[in-house]
Design a protein around this ligand. Structure first.
Ligand code: GLV
Ligand code: MG
Length: 316
């Protein structure tokens, strides 16, 4: 399964052609064209054609291209899948499924995609799934959802629907909950554990106060601290902060490169499994931690600073 860069996941109403055109030209890593909650019910049927047209005509510049369908139990879901995949299945990376409550919801989409892929002559399994967990039932089933299909590339959190479902006394998703600490910590960590157990990515949902960039940064930082791969963005102003927060700093990246090199030297040349690097003991687990930084950094386009490059060259 490809591991795609998803630091910033831009939400875009599928009923609005102009916004979809702008989204294609943005600096977001992923764009999802929304047939669900950002699309008025009366606009939903017509939005499918607009989404197909946008996927086919714009230059998406290497972005991950996703369409969020309606909840599988709704009157819209089946036609959403059929029209989007028939019209644009060859220029689409994933279908995002909202309000996933159990593995059966994912199985339904998985089979429908498989059937259409065969009809249309696409490689079986070529279209991935992003599973959005956003209510109590979904959270209770997070583990089975994460493992429900080989197509699943992400577990994605939906804090607005989750707040509504849990009857939290809040009217927005921002840093304004009357609660000591992060009110979503348990949810975010539980979803991250489920996703990592299944070997897939985990993405935080939206921050609704789009002008509060500092607040966005803090919320994104908390998700990043739990290992999240990225976060939704609702406005161009949130894209750069998201890309920055979910990219390792140059300093950490360089340190990771240094750890990997020191560990390689220790194990392969000195035949020792645990050695000192400066004031720190490093061993195989340190190598694994460093690998995460190195993989993420390189995926985001980082390269070692000149000093580390020289060390790498010497090491061969
Ligand atoms: C997103 O779909 C949310 O409900 O937060
Ligand atoms: Mg939602």
């Amino acid at each position: 399964m490809p591991t795609r860069l998803r630091r910033s996941v831009l939400a875009c109403p599928g009923s609005n052609p102009r916004m979809m055109e702008k989204a294609a030209a943005s600096a977001a890593d992923e764009v999802f064209l929304d047939l669900e909650d950002a699309c008025a019910p009366l606009e939903k049927p017509a939005a499918r054609g607009k989404v197909v047209e946008a996927l086919r005509t714009h230059d998406w510049q290497g972005k991950v291209r996703v369409v969020r369908i309606n909840q599988v139990s709704s009157q819209f879901a089946l036609d959403d899948i059929r029209e989007i995949v028939t019209g644009a299945g060859d220029v689409l990376d994933c279908i995002m499924v909202p309000k996933v409550q159990n593995a059966g919801d994912i199985a339904f989409v998985d089979r429908a995609l498989g059937s259409l892929e065969q009809t249309l002559g696409y490689e079986l399994g070529s279209i991935g799934i992003e599973a959005q967990v956003e209510d109590a039932l979904g959270l209770m089933s997070a583990e089975e959802i994460a493992f429900a299909s080989k197509r699943i590339e992400t577990i994605t959190y939906g804090p607005a629907d989750f707040s509504a479902n849990m009857q939290l006394p809040s009217l927005t998703v921002a840093n304004s909950y009357n609660y000591p600490g992060d009110i979503f910590h348990y949810v975010l960590f539980k979803l991250a554990v489920a996703a990592r157990a299944a070997g897939i990515q985990v993405i935080d949902g939206p921050y609704l106060l789009i002008r509060d960039i500092e607040g966005f940064r803090e919320a994104a930082g908390r998700a990043a601290a739990l290992g999240y791969d990225g976060k939704w963005v609702l406005h161009p102003g949130q894209i750069e902060p998201a890309n920055e927060v979910f990219t390792p700093s140059q300093e950490d990246f360089d340190k990771a490169v240094q750890i990997l090199e020191a560990y390689r030297h220790a194990t392969e040349v000195e035949r020792r499994g645990a050695v000192m690097l400066g004031d720190e003991m490093i061993d195989e687990a340190s190598r694994k931690m460093a690998m995460q930084f190195e993989l993420r950094g390189r995926a985001a386009g980082l390269t070692p600073s000149p000093r580390e490059e020289a060390a790498e060259a010497v090491a061969g």
